[in-house]
Design a protein around this ligand. Structure first.
Ligand code: 13P
Length: 287
């Protein structure tokens, strides 16, 4: 059954481990992540960006696919279906489509507007039993590669947003989406410590999980991070494994490629990557 992410993240924060959010882009990714979570007895969050939802024919299609797959695969570990970096309109669409969790990314609005919109969405989400994540201090993207540093959130602004009743909070601590540039300075643990002390027990979220060294991941978990988002790393292993299959010219026995076999190595690669991350994050056996 699909559940809100609130309880799983409160437990993670208390137990000093993190639940992985793995973004889904198609049926194979979804199946790989669900089966791996079940095999390892780990709670899991399926992240869906608005772009990925558009690709998969909309939020309703995604919800129906995930619900049906969860049931037909006999998944018993807690699974949250979560909107990643939602716009204001995207949040409402997901609420209507049956998602169990949303992220409202108001980090690009002035703080007053972020506060007003977050307040409204917290109210609506909680009335319907969904969990909600908010963001303070934008998380850098690829264009930040030359800067070598992601933005750091202001702890007071974090407190202001946390106090609105969000269930978990993403705060920029020098993290960047995508592959980290060579000159990246690493996570700012001073900022993370300050935020952790300022917001109390709130589970914190680390975006840009791809390529952060294991020791930094563990230290971040010790300082209140209870949810870690991974996407690019799965994309890289999926592309690599699938390309290998095509380049090797396998399965051409006069019939061309069987698409199910074509994507099978990518599926296996996602399973292995998710298993590696769940072990690193400490969520194995915590379902
Ligand atoms: P990466 O693509 O860097 O792993 O980040 C994923 C993410 O933070 C999604 O919100």
């Amino acid at each position: 059954m699909l559940v809100s992410a609130k309880d799983m993240l409160n437990k993670a924060r208390e137990g000093k481990y993190a639940v992985g959010q793995f973004n889904i882009n198609n049926l194979e990714w979804t199946k790989a992540i669900l089966l791996t979570a079940q095999k390892l007895g780990s709670p899991v969050i399926l992240g869906v960006s608005e772009g990925a939802a558009k690709y998969m024919c909309g939020f309703k299609t995604v919800t129906e696919m995930v619900k049906a797959m969860d049931e037909s695969l006999g998944i018993t570990v807690p699974v949250a279906l979560h909107l990643d970096h939602g716009t204001y309109d995207g949040c409402y669409k997901c609420i209507k489509a049956g998602f169990t969790s949303i992220m409202f990314d108001g980090s690009h609005f002035p703080i007053e507007e972020n506060v007003a919109k977050t307040t409204e969405l917290v109210h609506v989400a909680h009335q319907l039993g969904l969990s909600i994540e908010a963001e303070v201090g934008a998380i850098g993207g690829e264009e930040d590669g030359v800067v070598g540093k992601g933005e750091c959130a202001d702890p007071q602004e974090c407190k202001q947003i946390a106090d609105l009743g969000v269930d978990f909070l993403a705060a920029g601590i020098g993290n960047i989406h995508g592959v980290y540039p060579e000159n990246w300075e690493g996570l700012s643990f001073d900022t993370l410590s300050d935020i952790n002390q300022t917001v109390g027990d709130m589970p914190l979220v680390l975006h840009g999980g791809t390529g952060i060294p294991d020791e930094q991941i563990k230290k971040a978990i010790s300082l209140g991070v209870a949810k870690i988002n991974v996407n690019t790393e799965c994309q890289l292993v999926f592309a690599e494994a699938t390309r290998g299959y095509i380049e090797a010219g396998k399965d051409q026995q006069g019939k061309g490629f069987d698409p199910r076999k074509l994507l099978a190595p990518g599926f296996d690669a996602i399973c292995a990557k998710v298993e590696e991350k769940m072990n690193l994050f400490g969520s194995v056996g915590k379902a």
